[in-house]
Write a protein that binds this ligand. Sequence first.
Ligand SMILES: [Zn+2]
Length: 347
Amino acid sequence: MKSRYPLVDIAGTPSEMGVLHGKQLADRIHLTARFMREKIGPEPYEACWEDFQQTVCHCRKYVPWLIQEMEGIAKGADIPFREVFLINAHLDLNVWKRVVWDCPKEESSACSSHALTTEDEVYLAWNGDDWTGWLDCGAVVRGKPDDGIPFVYWSLAGSVGRPGMNSHLALGANSLPSPEWHAEGLLYPILSRLLLSCQSAGESVALLQSNKSCSAMNYMVADKDGDLVDIEVGSDSIALRKPPIETSHLLHTNCYLDTGLAGGTVDENTVCLRLGTARNLYREHPPGNAEEITAILSDHTGGICVHRDGAATIVSFVAEIHRGNFHVITGNPCQGSPETIDLLQDT
Ligand SMILES: [Zn+2]
């Protein structure tokens, strides 16, 4: 049987949580930092740090506790803070390299987010599609902050957030084409972690409206009241989508669906093969539980489950918000069995 992503528990103050994260995932953090430097390239990796100083200052001003947590991660893993910050800047670093370093677009990560309400549960499901080397770098982090609500998320080791859930809501995310990069903004893992401290979809929307992002990104939030919202964060504005009338689900991949942000009308059936396929599958075979959602995430007729040279679906999860279950699969969902992580289980 293939190995699963490690599950680490962290608790306490931001610094204490960071040190616990860093100590338990030290090997994976060092490997992630090494791969990050190799994939970005040593020269741009060194050059970016000057520009990212503004980002560090911005984050330290608006979310000092998450910078303290990163400093704790660096201390626990015995690695410089810069390496931890740049792990958290993974997607933003790729945008910076393309926009500022003026490097042609190379590979990019892709994802699928699905949110669904049924009579007795609210689900948020996510496929993370990326370079297969990251399979040795990922981890599931379950946290109990002294001053906050418990959360669980999947990430590259060393990241303070990514898609996951808390006891009120669950979060998916998809990268979007980013025409600009803002040095003075918050990184994707930081915004993800802030969303995992919210208690409703409405609060999540307000958070994204009041915080600036370095790069474009789509966030999908489902809360325990069944409120589903899809938020496209563009360079200078954000757009919201709710499920159409008589529909109980929301689907998103890596294309702008908002007419304003897309720059024109979008046909959701054809704009992205994975999105069009998911729309058909939800219409023809509406899922009613986590297993049936995983079956859609495992689809090969329209490539929702990704198998390509060097790239794959490296993580897949279904969050059951009422039950507090985080069903996570390491690697392609078609080949793995879910490990069920209880959000609130005591360690
Ligand atoms: Zn597959």
